[in-house]
Design a protein around this ligand. Structure first.
Ligand SMILES: Cc1ncc(COP(=O)(O)O)c(C=O)c1O
Length: 389
């Protein structure tokens, strides 16, 4: 990647995640060039929509039915509406530190400050933006993630009022924290027991953690899942997928709109991206995972040599850097002990040394990062750590 001043960077931001095949992948370019000659909108269903939906059905365990829209925020909105319609209930449980887009009903307790959070057993519901309608809080309950006991309490108290539980199955938006072994199965069991819809927001994990998403890796099937980002390799496309009877409410009473839903260019990009990722038993994604793992291990080793309290948390293709003394990071509250000054310095110096990271210390690894990039990155980070000491 080159900036306006001609400086070169190894890019680990990947446009905030979508560029799973890197920039300007030949297969994507070729598909887009030919698709751009075709009609840009139909205002009706078309072949590519069916093809990509069927591809997703074949890859994602929960995807009995699939519907497309343009952004992740929209996919989350329709998932929440479907869940409320299906259950006839109003409340949605979401978790502190989890991001589900910027809409009024979803941007709640994303990154509350320590003094705003409230008690562990009953966190405050905190609006994320000025101008957000305060009534949005009324239909949301906030819980601390990775703690089955706390979710159980919420279910016991609100029993048949809870329409849905929504979460990032790996908490990518707060430092790529991973679920405890027993956590996702326990949440699945609670949702089933209390008749609530379980929604996995796989907008980051989808087609990045594995071709079947986090649900395939952890073998826990949600009722609904949302996808975006890597789905179309850099073009705007998102999807909601899940149980047939929940999705098919769209034919009967649940309104779902969007002029650009099912956009042919984006769907062509998704077809090319998923096609590439699927080739040779998922060789490209396996390669990306391996490169990411090598990076994580190398970074930990470099930090260890210098006695820097740097932890890398996550999985091969998405992980977060934490300057912390904690042995384990299990929920958003734990990340508040990270040293923000050290992280800022790390990110700024990394940029100066030619390594481009997201401002929260997140790294995304693509299918076109190679061993030479990993080696170059580790050399650059060695210089960064030296400059920090
Ligand atoms: C987990 C998750 N959900 C939803 C969204 C919203 O997606 P979009 O930015 O496409 O609206 C994001 C975006 O970063 C996300 O990471």
């Amino acid at each position: 990647m080159e900036d306006v001043d001609g400086n070169h960077y190894i890019d680990y931001t990947l446009g905030w995640g979508p560029l799973i095949l890197g920039h300007r992948h030949p297969a994507l370019l070729e598909t887009l060039r030919s698709q751009v000659e075709r009609p840009h909108l139909y205002g009706a269903q078309h072949d590519l929509e069916f093809q990509v939906a069927e591809k997703i059905q074949s890859l994602v365990p929960c995807a009995e039915r699939v519907a497309f829209t343009s952004s992740g925020s929209e996919a989350v909105q329709i998932a929440l509406r479907l869940a409320r319609a299906y259950t006839g209930r109003g409340l949605v449980v979401k978790f502190e530190g989890h991001y589900h887009g910027w809409m009024d009903t979803a941007l709640i307790s994303y990154h509350p400050r320590a003094q705003e959070m409230g008690a562990l057993e009953q966190p405050n519901r905190v609006l994320g933006s000025q101008g957000q309608v305060p009534v949005a809080l009324e239909d949301v309950l906030v819980c601390v993630w990775n703690r089955v006991d706390l979710l159980k309490r919420v279910f016991k108290k609100h029993k048949s009022e809870i329409a849905a539980v929504i979460m990032e199955p790996v908490l990518c938006n707060s430092g790529c924290l991973v679920p405890k072994d027993s956590y996702l199965p326990a949440v699945r069991e609670l949702c089933t027991r209390y008749g609530a819809v379980l929604i996995f927001d796989e907008i980051i994990t989808g087609f990045r953690m594995s071709l079947g998403g986090a649900q395939a890796v952890y073998d826990v099937k949600p009722d609904l899942a949302t996808f975006g980002k890597a789905l179309a390799g850099g073009l705007p496309l998102s999807a909601v997928a899940g149980r047939r009877e929940i999705l098919e409410q769209m034919f009967d009473g649940v309104v779902f709109g969007g002029t650009f839903n099912g956009n042919p260019l984006s769907l062509a990009a998704a077809s090319a991206t998923l096609g590439e990722l699927e080739k040779d038993d998922g060789r490209l994604l396996a390669h990306a995972q391996a490169m990411g793992k090598e990076l994580m291990d190398g970074l930990v080793e470099l930090a260890g040599k210098r006695n820097v309290r740097l932890k890398m948390v996550g999985f091969g293709t998405a992980f977060g850097a934490h300057f912390t003394d904690r042995d384990q990071l299990l929920d958003y509250r734990h990340t508040l002990d990270d040293d923000p000054v050290a992280l800022d310095q790390f990110i700024r110096l990394a940029l100066e040394e030619g390594v481009y990271l997201l401002p929260d210390g997140r790294w995304y690894v693509s299918a076109v990062h190679e061993k030479a990039d990993v080696a170059e990155t580790l050399q650059a980070i060695e210089r960064v750590l030296e400059r920090m000491s």
